[in-house]
Design a protein around this ligand. Structure first.
Ligand SMILES: Cc1cc2nc3c(=O)[nH]c(=O)nc-3n(C[C@H](O)[C@H](O)[C@H](O)COP(=O)(O)O)c2cc1C
Length: 159
């Protein structure tokens, strides 16, 4: 049986919510899924999965400090050849749109970059979900969107 691991960091719960929707979608394809925060995971268990999905809130256009520290730890384990998927939550404001012209306002971009440097296979390009205000709520339809992405990824993984 294929195994997937969905990891997240979340200050206000929004990234956790979409992570859980993603996990539920993957699980529906008959895949064994572990979904937990980066603070809960045993780093040595990570390579035992076929797919690693990692999500973070966007802080200062990049992953949160906690997520950046966690990503650095991944250099110590062998993830080459495993499937990877990255996601984030972020705000959409006029300022963000302007900053997009220079640097992408997305935690997932950095996570995906790290996955590529670790020679993981990107199963699907990164996806962002919009949060209104700092604490939420999530954009309408975000949970369903991530549920469907989970099913999509699960389908690729089982084929
Ligand atoms: C310290 C801090 C910095 C933030 N910086 C950004 C940013 O650069 N771009 C953005 O779109 N949202 C930014 N936000 C909004 C977060 O993306 C939002 O709080 C997050 O998506 C909520 O997810 P969570 O509930 O999982 O913590 C910031 C929030 C905090 C608390």
């Amino acid at each position: 049986m294929k195994r997937a691991l969905v990891l997240y960091h979340s200050l206000f719960g929004n990234t956790k919510t979409v992570a859980m929707s993603l996990a539920r979608g993957i699980e529906e394809l008959g895949i064994e899924v572990d979904c937990m925060s980066i603070g809960e995971v045993d780093i040595n268990e990570i390579p035992k999965h076929d797919l690693i999905a990692i999500g973070s809130p966007t802080h200062m256009i990049r992953p949160s400090k906690e997520m950046k520290e966690f990503l650095n730890q991944l250099r110590n384990i062998e993830l080459r050849g495993l499937f990877g998927f990255s996601f984030d939550t972020r705000n959409e404001s006029r300022m963000n749109k302007r900053s997009l012209l220079v640097l992408e306002n997305s935690a997932a971009r950095s996570i995906e970059g790290m996955m590529k440097r670790l020679k993981m296979k990107i199963i699907k390009p990164r996806v962002s979900s919009i949060v209104h205000g700092r604490e939420g709520p999530l954009d309408i339809g975000a949970e369903e969107k991530f549920h469907q992405i989970g099913r999509e990824i699960g389908t690729i993984l089982t084929n």
